[in-house]
Design a protein around this ligand. Sequence first.
Ligand code: IPE
Ligand code: IPE
Ligand code: MG
Length: 231
Amino acid sequence: MNSVPQHVAIIMDGNGRWAKAQGKPRSFGHLRGTENVRNIAIKANELGVKVLTLYAFSTENWKRPAEEVNYLMGLPKIFIDRYIDELMQKGIKIRMIGDIEQIPSETRKVLERAFEKTRNNKNMTLVFALNYGGRKEIVDGINRYVKQLDDKDHVLTEDEFSRYLYTAEYPELELMIRTSLDYRISNFLLWQLCYAEMCFIDKYWPDFTGEDFENIINDFMQRHRRFGGLE
Ligand code: IPE
Ligand code: IPE
Ligand code: MG
């Protein structure tokens, strides 16, 4: 039996389809999805997950209509204004991975304030993947590595390279969940998914409950992870 996974990641997909199914605009689905982040974060913290990484906006999501992109960029403020007190109370730290440079300055300010305010919280870390791309993360890591390199004969190891990724400070990813039943990775955590268990769920993100999350954690704990060996 495995322990509770230290690091869980979720591709929170299906907000648009969820809204469409009830004849509402896509933004309504995104708002409900944001409210659900609170529920799942509280549940994950209760269960003893140490890091929960949520895919909130990919480097490819800029292709969407400006109106939707603007709406999505306003969601961190809504989330933080509504839930920061509760997150503080529960000892949850907020962080992000991805390129913050392209994020509108208002949103950046709100995020940076939340990082600062929650930085000493010691329970779970809630990491938003925002303007995140898995390939971009690897290329950014290579560029940072090359920049500091002075011995051209140095042989880079996998462990050493991991420290150049956005996730350097977090434990190994053990479980990845995607809602809405699309069986793809969509440029998420390409390196980190190496030996993560995966779970694809037949529910849109706004309908995904704490109970669903708990069931997945229990299922994870029963899985037989071999890592290529025979044990
Ligand atoms: C996930 O929901 C949220 C983001 C990608 C920002 P979608 O907006 O992708 O919803 P669907 O997949 O169109 O239903
Ligand atoms: C992945 O969902 C990105 C996020 C959940 C933020 P998408 O809806 O963008 O992915 P595709 O387009 O279905 O691959
Ligand atoms: Mg989608």
